[in-house]
Every structure is written in structure tokens, then in C-alpha cells.
Design a binder for this molecule. Structure first.
Ligand SMILES: [Zn+2]
Ligand SMILES: [Zn+2]
Length: 142
């Protein structure tokens, strides 16, 4: 599939529409993501902020990540599904959880990051580019 992408949380209170292709897709194994993702990685797509429209009530939680940036995670206040992340270092992007998107979105993570924090049982696709910590940011597309 290609843009526009549609998505919703488990209960449907939060919906998202995205009108552009992602600037990057990533699988993150950092410890904070393991807490969001039940012990595994989060799988995410970074979209230009101006291409993302979210409706519905979200709660948010901000913390200083291993990268040193302040990350704000938004989640559905009804069902708790992760919706998106915002980084203080990159306000031009929103990081959308792939699980939020409707089935058949066709996106897959292109790189695995923070692999040095992955649990020893983790299986990481050898096809994916790997970064032990934070990779350089993707180029901003106009
Ligand atoms: Zn929900
Ligand atoms: Zn992470």
C-alpha cells in the first residue's frame, strides 16, 4: 500500500491519517521501548509532522531517552495503545507505531536501533541495517 495511510487504536477512540510516505522505518530495542512493547522492540515509521492528522483524546508521558533527547509518548487514554512519539530533537517528525496502522499498510522496519539494549533472546532480521545506539536522523524532506 502507499499513502494515505489510515490507522486506529485498539478501541477506536484515536484515529490517524497520514498523507505522505515515511522518511524512515525503524525497529527500536531500547529499554524504554521494551516497556511499551511488552519486552520486545517497538516498530515505527517516522512521518513528516505536517502529513500526520490524529483525532481523539491522548495521554502523554515525557522522559529523557538514552539518546539524551526528550521523548514524549502519546497513548490512547481508553485502551492504552501506543499512538506516536515526538522527539525534542526532531519536531519535524512524528514516530507512528506500525501497529496503529490498518492491516495491509505494507510498511516494515528498515533498520534496527539500540540493539545493544536488546535481550539476549532477541532475533533481529539480518537483512536490517543495525545500529547499537541512536542512528543519525533521516534527511528532512520538503
Ligand atoms: Zn483506544
Ligand atoms: Zn526505543
Amino acid at each position: 500500500m502507499s499513502a494515505p495511510y489510515q490507522g486506529r487504536c485498539n478501541c477506536g477512540a484515536v484515529t490517524v491519517t497520514i498523507t505522505a510516505e515515511p522518511a524512515a522505518t525503524r525497529q527500536c530495542w531500547c529499554r524504554q521501548c521494551q516497556k511499551i512493547a511488552a519486552g520486545g522492540p517497538t516498530n515505527n515509521a517516522m512521518f513528516r509532522t505536517d502529513a500526520v492528522t490524529v483525532t481523539g483524546e491522548r495521554g502523554e508521558y515525557a522522559y529523557v531517552a538514552s539518546s539524551g533527547n526528550t521523548l514524549t509518548q502519546e497513548f490512547c487514554t481508553v485502551c492504552g495503545s501506543g499512538v506516536l512519539g515526538r522527539s525534542s530533537a526532531r519536531p519535524q517528525f512524528r514516530t507512528i507505531r506500525l501497529g496503529l496502522l490498518d492491516e495491509a499498510h505494507g510498511l516494515r522496519p528498515g533498520m534496527a536501533i539500540w540493539t545493544e539494549e536488546a535481550p539476549e533472546w532477541a532475533t533481529i532480521d539480518p537483512q536490517m541495517e543495525r545500529w547499537p545506539q541512536q542512528p543519525p536522523p533521516p534527511a528532512s524532506t520538503a
